[in-house]
Write a protein that binds this ligand. Structure first.
Ligand code: NG1
Ligand code: ZN
Length: 535
């Protein structure tokens, strides 16, 4: 078994704060100054998870994404880049909350026993962190945790979340038929750049591009990517100050732009030009532009999803791709936050089936795997497109008769390379969007014209116990507090095209209120009325 003394000794360097932790949709996430013991214990868990996979490499990412600079967080990544298996989330929580060193040892033993872990199996862990200043010490605690159980650790340094997912998948597939790429930054940039060039080479470029990097790690990564691409994509980068932590995500970044429905600090929108904002760890992106009247127009995750789903449908048809004689099944996965207009457009115009899941990409990811090509995006810009093994094989083995068919097959092959299969990735999604528009010869405004968003409002309310709010039906209704859902519905019924729901956040100590209605005023009023009801 394990060396209890060594664990106790190292654990004593990382005493637990009097806080109750929960491994939620984004792993552990809270104020950085109460995370030291959590990082140590996540190090322990990462070793066990690797051993349970017979030494395959587990990823650990230290980030608090779009949250404020004084927050931080940590999440584990499975060997192929997926989010931690759900049954292990409870183990993570049990380790984090063990009050004493003996309780910690007991919690460890419990995991070893329940999972039948062979403690002499090798363990490999790869870690990375975002630009938060607290990351350095937290990584040290994480390393102590991995060392306490004798695991091997590779520190990948300061990287985006998707880069860590990518590198984890690459390490674990190296030398196999599913090899995903070189497990280095250069490999990541080169893979995306090469596939992107296949998609856009020789075609008319989009108008001037501007990228807001939220003063986070995305500022480094977007430069690396643009370098690798060369002349086929140029962009100016703003909000790229990673040395002043106070600026991180401050009035900038994808979350700010989506929630405030306005441009970030540092950008004055020029009609005809194109804009995108990354979040603090570059796994989310939203696009926007100013229309002819100078009005801000948002192209969020729903717009990205509909663009991708529509384009892929077109290519699958033109390529006449089938799997076992049946047409390739393209599907879209959304959450309750998807704008009602986008759902209607996908169902009625694109005629692509839509499924709903709970909030949080792990839920969307799993649902998307049920399709041959599963497109999933949260409205906030977090998402990707998953291609099944059979679909990728079909793209490669279908024999194109006419040039039009061959062209579609080439596009599908390149798309499956440019789109990050491990996790939603702002940089990969940026290339996807540009490539689709270039191939369609369309502008942002033309993309936007597919459907008109219903005005919406997202608010958060501090409550005493957010656990009192229990959602059901993919977060669209509440079963608790008793009778509360009926009250919500009575309010919603008074609004034309009204739709609203209330759910507890999985990443912040708040309850979220979402509302949409036929006008800006009504969406705001509906949200406000419900906030008062919740408070
Ligand atoms: P919570 O805090 O559970 O609403 C937020 C986002 C999710 C997802 C997670 C993980 C909204 C309304 N919620 O979850 O979509 O991105 O963070 O990062 O944007
Ligand atoms: Zn993020």
């Amino acid at each position: 078994s394990f060396d209890a003394n060594k664990i106790k000794q190292l654990s004593a360097k990382h005493p637990k704060s009097p806080v109750t932790y929960t491994y939620g949709t984004a792993g552990f996430r809270t104020k950085a100054d109460v995370l030291d013991s959590v990082l140590f214990r996540v190090g322990l868990l990462a070793v066990l998870r690797s051993q349970s996979h017979n030494g395959r490499t587990i990823g650990v990412m230290v980030t608090a994404s779009h949250n404020a600079a004084e927050d931080n967080g940590v999440k584990l990544v499975e060997p192929l880049g997926e989010m931690l298996k759900q049954s292990w989330e409870a183990y993570a929580t049990s380790l984090a909350n063990a009050e004493t060193e003996d309780a910690l040892l007991k919690a460890l033993e419990n995991i070893v026993q329940k999972e039948g872990i062979n403690m002499s199996a090798p363990a490999n862990v790869v870690i990375a962190r975002d630009t938060r200043p607290s990351g350095e010490n937290l990584v040290a605690a994480l390393k102590d945790g991995v060392a306490a159980l004798g695991g091997n650790l590779t520190d990948f340094g300061i990287q985006t979340t998707p880069q860590l997912h990518y590198v984890t998948r690459c390490i674990n597939t190296k030398g196999t038929p599913e090899a995903y790429g070189e497990p280095t930054n250069e490999g990541y940039y080169a893979k995306l750049a090469e596939a992107f060039k296949r998609l856009v080479g020789g075609k008319q470029k989009l108008a001037q591009f501007h990228v807001d990097a939220a003063n986070g790690v995305g500022a480094i990564a977007i430069r690396g990517l643009l370098n690798a691409i060369g002349g086929d994509l140029t962009a100016t980068i703003v909000n790229d100050n990673i040395n002043d932590a106070a600026k991180l995500n401050h009035d900038a970044g994808a979350d700010f732009v989506k929630v405030q429905q306005r441009e970030p600090v540092g950008l004055k929108l020029i009609p005809g030009e194109n804009y995108a904002s990354l979040d603090g760890d570059a796994d989310r992106i939203v696009f926007y532009y100013a229309d002819e009247a100078g009005k801000f127009r948002l192209l969020d995750g729903d717009k990205i999803a509909t663009l991708a789903a529509g384009f892929i449908m077109d290519q699958v048809k033109a390529g006449q791709v089938t799997i076992n004689g049946a047409p390739v099944k393209v599907g879209l996965v959304q959450t309750a936050y998807a704008n009602g207009s986008s759902t209607a457009y996908v169902k009625e115009v694109l005629k692509v089936p839509v499924e709903f899941t709970e909030t949080g990409v792990k839920h969307l990811h799993h649902k998307a795997e049920e399709f041959d090509v599963g497109v999933y995006f949260e409205a906030n810009g977090h998402g990707t497109v998953l291609f099944s093994k059979a679909a990728i094989q079909a793209f490669h083995t279908t024999h194109g008769q006419k040039e039009e068919q061959q062209r579609a097959l080439r596009i599908l092959r390149a798309l499956s390379d440019v789109i990050n299969q491990a996790v939603g990735d702002a940089l990969s999604d940026l290339l996807l969007v540009v490539a689709v528009l270039v191939n369609q010869g369309r502008t942002f405004a033309e993309w936007d014209s597919a459907y008109t968003d219903l005005p919406s409002r997202l608010e958060k309310v501090k409550v005493k116990r957010r656990a009192d709010f229990v959602p059901t039906d993919a977060d669209r209704r509440l079963v608790k507090p008793e009778g509360f859902q009926q009250k919500i519905e009575a309010v919603v019924a008074k609004f034309n095209k009204g739709r609203a729901f209330v759910r507890p956040s999985g990443t912040e100590d708040v309850v979220r209120v979402y509302a949409e209605a036929d006008s800006r005023e009504n969406a705001d009023l509906l949200a406000k009325t419900l906030c008062d009801l919740v408070a």
